[in-house]
Design a protein around this ligand. Structure first.
Ligand code: FES
Ligand code: FES
Length: 163
C-alpha cells in the first residue's frame, strides 16, 4: 500500500557544512535543523522549541548566527554553514568553547551549543563592552538552568573584558 510519504516530492540538496560538502535528498520543506540532526547525524545543534524562541538550534551561515529551526535547508545551498561540530580544530577547542568550560558556563548543557554559536558570532558583531550589552545581544538564547552569569563571564573573558 502506498504511503503518504511516497507522494511527497523530494529534492536533491547540496550543503556545505563545516567546510565539507554534503548531499542529501529531502522533502523541500525540511528545516536546516532537521537536515543536520535527522539526515546528517550532526546532533550538536539542539531542538528546544522548534519555533524560533529558544536559540538552542543556532548555527552560522556565512559567519552570521541563524536559527536553523526557522531556516529551510534548501535555502542554505551555496552558503557556508558552521555548526558546533565545526568550531574546534581537531582536539583544540575554540576559545569560546574553552571559556565555557573554564567559567562553568553550563549545567545540563542542552542550550550550550546554541549559546556558544551565538557567542562566537557576537565577537564579530557590534556589541557594547558591558555585561548588559552582552546580555542584550544574547537574549535570544534561553537557558532553563539559569547559567547566565557564567555564560556572560565566559563571553567577556574571550572578549578580553572579564570582570
Ligand atoms: S529550536 Fe530553534 S529557536 Fe528553539
Ligand atoms: S545549561 Fe541547561 S539549559 Fe542551559
Amino acid at each position: 500500500m502506498a504511503t503518504l510519504m511516497s507522494h511527497v516530492a523530494t529534492v536533491d540538496v547540496e550543503l556545505r557544512i563545516n567546510s565539507t560538502s554534503r548531499q542529501l535528498t529531502i522533502d523541500p520543506r525540511t528545516t536546516l535543523l532537521d537536515a543536520l540532526r535527522e539526515h546528517l547525524g550532526l546532533t550538536g545543534s539542539k531542538k528546544g522549541c522548534d519555533h524560533g524562541q529558544c536559540g538552542a538550534c543556532t548555527v552560522h551561515i556565512d559567519g552570521r548566527r541563524v536559527l536553523s529551526c526557522l531556516t529551510l535547508a534548501i535555502s542554505a545551498q551555496g552558503r557556508a554553514i558552521t555548526t558546533i561540530e565545526g568550531l574546534a580544530k581537531g582536539e583544540q577547542l575554540h576559545p569560546m568553547q574553552q571559556a565555557f568550560v573554564d567559567q562553568d558556563g553550563f549545567q545540563c548543557g542542552y542550550c550550550t551549543p546554541g549559546q556558544i554559536m551565538s557567542a562566537v558570532a557576537l565577537l564579530g558583531e557590534r556589541c557594547g563592552p558591558n555585561d548588559d550589552d552582552v546580555r542584550e545581544s544574547m537574549s535570544g538564547n534561553l537557558c532553563r538552568c539559569g547559567a547566565y552569569p557564567n555564560i556572560i563571564a565566559a563571553i567577556q573573558s574571550v572578549r578580553g573584558d572579564s570582570r
